[in-house]
Design a protein around this ligand. Sequence first.
Ligand SMILES: Cc1cc2nc3c(=O)[nH]c(=O)nc-3n(C[C@H](O)[C@H](O)[C@H](O)COP(=O)(O)O)c2cc1C
Ligand SMILES: Nc1ncnc2c1ncn2[C@@H]1O[C@H](COP(=O)(O)OP(=O)(O)O)[C@@H](O)[C@H]1O
Length: 297
Amino acid sequence: MEYIQGLEGLYINDETAVTLGKFDGLHRGHQKLIRRTRGFARQGLKSVVFTLDFNRKGMLLTREERRAMLEKQGVDYLVECPFLPEVAHMEPEEFIRGILAEKLHAREVIVGADFHFGYERKGDAHLLMELQKIYGYEAEIIKKETYNGREISSTYIREALEKGEMELAKDLLGYPYFVSGEVLHGRHMGGRLLFPTTNLIPTTRKLLPPNGVYVSRTHLEDGRILGGMTNIGYKPTVGEKFRGVETYLYDVDEDLYGADIRVELLHFIRPERKFESLDALREQMEKDIACGKEFLK
Ligand SMILES: Cc1cc2nc3c(=O)[nH]c(=O)nc-3n(C[C@H](O)[C@H](O)[C@H](O)COP(=O)(O)O)c2cc1C
Ligand SMILES: Nc1ncnc2c1ncn2[C@@H]1O[C@H](COP(=O)(O)OP(=O)(O)O)[C@@H](O)[C@H]1O
């Protein structure tokens, strides 16, 4: 996958099928658009995912995570376009002519039914249809996927995550919600006094479900997948300044510092609490660990 950031230097010397959107989460609706876009490979078109990125908090995927997922899905080009004033102020037709037609050589343009673009969000699916002959592409409008009678959207998924509804989030995303990163050193109390844990400190832009304990599944770089119990939060019993994601893994005993791991959060068990003593915390962690083992069976 070739990766292009911003509009400067944007030029693809192929004929393409382009899908446009915000693509936060790459949920089931997004995946439908991407599958359709990649399908035009049969007609000799390269696939382009063109993302309009807002610098917001509460991202479902970090840029790195999204990039890695698109790479795996076999997308040919990823264009990450920050939502800068010059983009926000572009007349919709200027976007179609200047970017889709001239820079991307789009022959197919695939968008969701509610996609908007350009100045004052005036550009929409209808305009893309109207102008297709003039600019030499075919527009395809994809109906939104629904779940429980509601359209799947990043907002729907954020709401589920904010309530700790990991099963619902998984059904909407099409994959379990996860946190990824490099295993960092903590205070080294776990191994000596409690249980050893792999510590991740996600960017504060990544949306995390409520602080608490979760059944999880961790993917290691070598392909191993390990069950575990994850605590999200500030560890009030010992007091921590940052919001961490730390996981006790079943059935391993090895040094994982520096490893890149992906922790899938499967099921919420209980909120994080402050305990009177490390002994009381350890007792609770033993129960959590037994409970998670049962769940993973
Ligand atoms: C399953 C599990 C549950 C946990 N629950 C809590 C909790 O409720 N309150 C808390 O303060 N810390 C909780 N912790 C975090 C521990 O305080 C932490 O593992 C310990 O302080 C070791 O930290 P270290 O990795 O920096 O050495 C939990 C950790 C795990 C793995
Ligand atoms: N079963 C296990 N689950 C998680 N980490 C483990 C396990 N066994 C060994 N480790 C290692 O122990 C480290 C955690 O030990 P810990 O004493 O909690 O230190 P830290 O405070 O740095 O997290 C992990 O980063 C990992 O390398």
